[in-house]
Design a protein around this ligand. Structure first.
Ligand code: ZN
Length: 169
């Protein structure tokens, strides 16, 4: 068994599961019927996508509907059809996690954190280096209950937010 590297923060949570849909309506009918709570809807213009959050206990489902024909999600739908698009893992410090991945030669789509939905910092790992699974890494803009009780992670969060302030324009 591979030993855990002690220099790596292991406070990681499943933030959400991303599902690509052509339109929200069919998907919402299914999830509403299951009893899933419908959350916020937000346009992420630079990614050409509208996201609809569904809350499922401590984690969420993120429905992704393309706004046009030429966005990454539209291309995914054309190639693969509707279905599972990515999983998102929440980390304490996204810039540090990206450094750890780069040090180990793991290919990234985003070399630096960028703004995603809800003002969170996000970066994607190249699925070619993660078993065909598109992994989104998320650093929450608002600390969640999982890391609120840890002053160390909180101050780390504040520091990295200041460093990343320049991508917010
Ligand atoms: Zn996502």
């Amino acid at each position: 068994m591979l030993k855990q590297d002690k220099s790596i923060d292991t406070n990681v949570r499943l933030d959400h599961i991303g599902i690509a849909v052509r339109t929200f309506e069919t998907a919402l009918r299914v999830y509403r019927s299951i009893g899933v709570k419908i959350g916020d809807r937000e346009l992420v213009a630079d990614q050409g996508v509208t996201v609809q959050m569904l809350s499922v206990g401590a984690t969420r489902i993120e429905l992704l509907e393309p706004t046009g024909d030429d966005s990454p999600v539209a291309r995914f739908l054309k190639k693969r059809g509707e279905g599972l698009h990515h999983i998102a893992l929440q980390v304490g410090s996204l810039s540090r996690t990206l450094d750890n991945l780069k040090e180990r030669g793991i290919a990234l789509i985003d070399e630096e954190p960028r703004r995603g939905a809800a003002g969170n910092l996000v970066a994607f790992i190249n699925p070619a280096s993660s078993n065909g699974v598109l992994i989104e890494l998320v650093e929450r803009a608002e600390p969640t209950s999982a890391n609120q009780h840890s002053p160390q992670i909180q101050s780390e969060y504040k520091r990295s937010t200041r460093q990343q302030g320049d991508i917010d324009d």
